[in-house]
Design a protein around this ligand. Structure first.
Ligand SMILES: [Zn+2]
Length: 345
């Protein structure tokens, strides 16, 4: 039932591990679900919370763990018992989700959790507290959470979810069972996108390109397929970037300013630019393995005017710029410097 209920079949290894813990009755007090955005961490957390509280009768035990485990996965959560129905409606009093308020998780939110867990669960076998985007906790919130994890209460399981495992306090990390969620294979993302695209005539090729742009995130793939004109925007960006070397410095700086003004698009823009220089290198060795297959001629032509060393230098410049932006460097200066680097032959 679980797979059909919340579409969690994209993370089979994680599901196997979690259900093994249920089967063996060795569920720890705290988990850390880490991995990029949009690969099912929250859905798996919700399904797991439902599964351990589901009232469906235990499947027949036939003594073979591999067979029994599949039975557990098929049985829990049933989606029909009172516990499952309350969970699905989002009103289960013992399945608690914490999300950032504004840009961060505040200490008051963690204090609220402390108060709740001081009482026994209302109706659940195990209360589950899911903390989303826990990398946004400030140091006070992190310390308050650490205090809870140091003396975990009975009947409560914590699931911390993050896209940035390395930013969490080591003392918090050490108290959690870490589950590393893998990016979703491109093929699976493309299959999902294919069902969403309106123009069935070109959908197959478009779905492949969008799935590459999604970079392993199913959520991102779905977002891109709903974004009108994304493929045209990508073509324009690649065209502009590949022509920078012919342009005067004034144009290059103006182009950097335009990129800077489209902050929502910046992450995608970096991915598109990187994919295009990556393709120029790949094309020299394996023509069929490029990402931007619809722009094969452009990739071939532009790739022929750069040396391999120059292309690697550009990929490095893109990587460094991304790193600087993540460290809150000045966006405009970083993009200007990047565009100049991309323009140099
Ligand atoms: Zn149930």
């Amino acid at each position: 039932m679980a797979n059909r209920l919340l579409n969690i079949d994209n993370q089979p290894q994680i599901i196997q591990r979690l259900y093994t813990l249920i089967y063996k009755k060795t569920i720890p007090h705290a988990f850390l679900f880490g991995g990029i955005r949009g690969i099912g961490k929250y859905n798996v957390a919700k399904t797991f919370a439902m599964a351990i509280n589901c009232f469906a009768p235990k499947p027949d035990d036939c003594g073979d763990i591999s067979i029994d485990l599949n039975k557990y996965i098929e049985t829990y959560p049933c989606g029909q018992c009172s516990s499952c129905l309350t969970s699905i409606s989002g009103n289960h009093p013992d399945i608690i989700s914490i999300h950032p308020e504004g840009t961060s998780i505040k200490i008051e939110q963690i204090r609220g959790v402390t108060e709740t867990i001081s009482r026994r669960p209302y109706s659940a076998k195990m209360r589950v507290v899911v903390i989303n985007d826990c990398e946004t906790m400030n140091v006070h919130a992190s310390n308050a959470l650490l205090k809870i994890l140091e003396e975990p209460p009975d009947h409560t399981i914590f699931i911390l979810i993050t896209t940035q495992v390395n930013t969490l306090l080591p003392t918090v990390l050490s108290r959690c069972l870490h589950m590393a969620f893998m990016p979703i294979p491109y093929k699976q993302i493309a299959e999902k996108i294919l069902t969403l695209l309106p123009n069935k005539a070109t959908a197959s090729d478009d779905a492949l390109i969008l799935s590459e742009l999604a970079n392993g995130s199913l959520e991102k793939g779905i977002e891109l397929s709903n974004c009108q004109g994304m493929l045209d925007k990508r073509k324009r960006l690649i065209h502009d970037v590949l022509n920078l070397h012919r342009k005067p410095i004034g144009f290059i700086l103006a182009f950097a300013t335009t990129l800077c003004e489209e902050k929502q698009f910046l992450e995608d823009a970096f991915h598109i630019i990187r994919s295009c220089f990556r393709d120029m290198i790949i094309y020299k060795f394996a023509k069929n393995h490029i990402i931007n297959k619809d722009l094969k001629d452009v990739i071939e032509h532009s790739g022929s005017i750069y040396t391999i060393q120059s292309l690697f230098a550009k990929l490095n410049a893109i990587h460094q710029a991304e790193k600087q932006l993540k460290s809150n460097a000045n966006i405009k200066l970083t993009l200007e410097s990047l565009c100049i680097n991309l323009a140099i032959l």
